[in-house]
Design a protein around this ligand. Structure first.
Ligand code: UDP
Ligand code: MG
Length: 342
């Protein structure tokens, strides 16, 4: 008898100890990786076979336009343990991962990239730590030299700002390569947010977590990251905005400071005019002040707009993703629309 049977409303008290460790599902988002799947499986399958647990793989085809889906059908025909879902279009990696987690049935779920930047051999260590009772085992990038300097510096600043603004401490240098226990996956699946920042969510659920350093090989030659700077900045703001309302509060703080300065300046002008008379100067000052503060106002209107947009996204309550095809997998969880188009 488990704790959850005693009281259905209460989560198991020591799920990681009592919970079974019998099966592992690997969730892999793929976008146009038709040629990358064979090399990936050539390294992944021996690792999975050596784990001593049942395993399954769920590929999430995130709207690929090459032969990825056809390849996935072949793989599923050859081995039913290799399942896949195809999303109706490109939803982005974060949502593709969320979709995979809804379909994953294993006692533990591994999330990894398809381009072999997440070495499959590390999964054996993940499983070891999982058996020791950790809920979230994340890959920690030992060496980030594969990334450009601006990206590393940007990440460092972002982690710090994120912690200060949201109170949630992100797992340093962590990437999406990780193993989640069943209760961690269930927790993530209960989060219905549409604008998702997975890294923040994994830290936010708060179950015992541990980082495992691994060497991240450079991305396959000739292939640029799909995370262009602008998209990365977008992700950073999405992350901040879904974990913190401090940017909203900044406008009030700025308003108070600016009003105070304006008040002091007003006293100064009045005193000066009374003492020396009105000399009709200061036109440039006036212009600069007007332009500056209209700029500030527009910026904060924009920030408010960003949050309003998020509220709008959430209240529309659209499904998080739509599934075009299920290959050997199914889910009963909400927020996913089952097979929409043939
Ligand atoms: N990916 C995806 N949807 C996207 C972009 C990427 O499913 O819109 C997948 C991609 O197939 C890969 C993983 O996400 O498995 C990471 O992508 P990539 O290697 O381009 O990113 P990076 O290594 O820079 O994180
Ligand atoms: Mg990559």
């Amino acid at each position: 008898m488990t704790a959850s049977q005693v009281s259905p409303a209460m989560p198991p008290l020591s799920g990681s100890v009592a919970a079974p460790h019998r099966s592992v599902t690997v969730v892999i988002p793929v976008l146009n990786e038709a040629t990358g799947l064979d090399p990936l499986l050539a390294r992944l399958l021996p690792v999975l076979n050596g784990l001593g647990v049942d395993w399954s793989i769920i590929f999430v085809d995130d709207g690929s336009t090459d032969g990825t889906l056809a390849k996935l059908r072949q793989l599923n025909d050859a081995d039913p343990r290799i399942g896949a879902i195809a999303l109706s279009r490109n939803f982005g990696k974060e949502i593709a991962v969320a979709a995979g987690l809804r379909y994953a049935t294993g006692d533990g779920v591994v999330i990894m990239d398809s381009d072999l930047q997440h070495p499959p051999e590390t999964i054996a260590t993940f499983v070891e730590k999982w058996r020791e009772g950790h809920d979230v085992i994340y890959g920690e990038r030992a060496d980030r030299s594969a990334d450009s300097a601006w990206r590393r510096g940007g990440a460092r600043i972002f982690y710090r700002v994120f912690h200060v603004l949201s109170g949630t401490e992100l797992q340093q240098n962590s990437c999406d390569f990780r193993l989640l226990s069943r209760r961690a996956v269930d927790a993530i699946n209960r989060i219905g947010e549409r604008v998702r920042y997975n890294n923040g969510l994994f830290a936010w659920i708060g179950y015992p977590a541990i980082g495992i350093p691994f060497e991240m090989p450079p991305r396959p030659s000739g292939e640029a990251s799909r995370w262009l700077p602008l998209k990365l900045a977008r992700l950073a703001f999405d992350g901040l905005a879904s974990f913190s309302t401090v940017p909203l509060r900044l406008s009030s703080v700025t308003g108070v400071i600016v009003s105070l300065i304006a008040f002091v300046y007003m006293i100064w002008i009045i005193t000066k005019t009374l003492m020396f008379g009105d000399t009709v100067r200061g036109y440039p000052t006036l212009l600069v002040a007007v332009l500056f503060f209209s700029g500030v106002q527009l910026i904060f209107l924009g920030v408010i707009g960003e949050y309003l947009g998020r509220v709008y996204e959430e209240v529309k309550a659209r499904p998080l993703f739509l599934v075009r095809e299920e290959l050997g997998v199914s889910t009963t969880l909400p927020n996913s629309s089952k097979t929409v188009a043939p």
